[in-house]
Design a protein around this ligand. Structure first.
Ligand code: KG4
Ligand code: ZN
Length: 353
């Protein structure tokens, strides 16, 4: 096995991103370039991502972003071993832009195409940044996803639990909107919470203590709204206290659900080498602190990619593409973009062959 050089393209949500990554024969990796153009300002006025605006914005900048990624990596197109793009899940207009661009490059440059599942890319990032061996427990918490997944190999994902309503990032965003804080809500809520009293409001912790590690956030969100209505108009201190109480509830819920998932993995004979935290909510310091302790108490360690690799980026797509290509997994140019694509449906190597 020789070194592999991959271009990765990400367009599933509101980041247009491209990167070049090297995977060495020993399984270690290096990011040679990682260019991200966030559309946050295009969507801020609407308080959330508008799919049509997102797709159009991807089309406008994708060529330039890819060109920049190649130039700053000093890798020429002919030197690449494969072209990877996120083929879903995500906003379909954006996915089409990234995947079609990757197909065109793959066809023109005669390179293999690797159609990467966006969630798989989040899952495998800790192997690039922290060389985490299989198996590990993945907690993916972003604006669109909240999942606990046992990762036993490339393409081997067992979903242990997920959310039955809102994603956690979404709950942060909606709470922020409700309290008049800017979009995206996560960082704003975290900042406001620093000056707040987490004990002032007794908020619910839905599904706490349940034997399966599922999540439910909508009741918590409603509880915040009701508390806010009771004391309206809100002072800055009220907002800070509501944010602190909300964040404390989220942290308690996450800690409990992760403990549950770690227990489940061990019951199935899997000793996790790490608890891997991925997705935008992974940037939250209170979440990190709590999970660091949960991991240590559970006999493992917390592995969190740096913030710029927790949120959507091209390096994670290139890396997942490299991990797949190293196993001989490539995709047909007829591969379809997918709005929905659960991790359990990702195909890996059929070891029975
Ligand atoms: O992974 P990501 O960049 O995009 C996807 O949703 O795929 O995650 C964005 C989400 C948003 O909901 C944002 O509010 C949340 O991550 N987020 C945070 C923090 N930073 C970003 N949530 C809580 N605390 C933060 N510091
Ligand atoms: Zn993501």
């Amino acid at each position: 096995m020789r070194d592999l050089l991959l271009l990765g393209i990400e367009t599933t949500c509101d980041e247009t991103a491209a990167a070049v990554v090297r995977r060495r024969a020993d399984g270690s990796g290096t990011i040679l370039s990682n260019i991200v153009r966030s559309q946050t300002s295009d969507h801020a006025a609407y308080g959330g991502v508008v799919p049509e605006i997102a797709a159009r914005a991807h089309v406008e900048v994708i060529d330039t972003i890819i060109e920049q990624a190649l130039r700053s990596s000093a890798v020429k197109l002919v030197e690449l071993d494969g072209i990877a793009a996120a083929a879903g899940p995500g906003l379909i207009g954006g996915v089409i832009v990234g995947l079609t661009t990757a197909k065109a490059i793959a066809l023109a440059a005669r390179k293999p195409l690797i159609a990467v599942n966006h969630l798989e890319a989040h899952a495998l990032t800790a192997r690039l940044t922290d060389a985490v061996p299989f198996p590990f427990l993945l907690l993916l918490v972003s604006g669109g996803h909240t999942q606990l997944v046992a990762v036993t190999g490339v393409g081997e994902y067992v979903k242990l639990g997920g959310t039955i309503d809102d994603a956690i990032g979404e709950a942060f965003d909606k709470t922020a909107k409700m309290l008049g804080l800017p979009y995206p809500g996560g960082p704003a809520v975290e900042a406001a919470a620093r000056a707040g009293d987490a004990l002032r409001f007794a908020l619910p912790r839905p599904l706490y203590g349940r034997p399966t590690p599922d999540f439910s956030l909508s009741g918590l969100k409603t509880a915040v709204r009701l508390e806010a209505l009771k004391i309206a108009p809100l002072s800055d201190q009220d907002v800070a206290d509501l944010c602190a109480s909300f964040q404390a509830a989220v942290v308690d819920i996450l800690a409990d659900r992760v403990r549950c998932a770690l227990r489940l993995m061990r019951e199935h004979g899997l000793a996790p080498h790490a608890l891997v935290l991925a997705g935008g909510v992974g940037a939250n310091q209170a979440v990190r602190r709590a999970l660091h302790k949960v991991a240590a108490d559970g006999g493992t360690r917390l592995a969190v990619p740096p913030p710029e690799l927790c949120t959507d980026n091209g390096a994670m797509i290139a890396w997942a593409g490299a991990e797949r290509l190293a196993l001989g997994l490539t995709d047909d140019l007829a591969t379809s973009p997918r709005a929905r694509w659960p991790l359990e449906d990702v195909v890996g190597v059929d070891w029975a062959d």
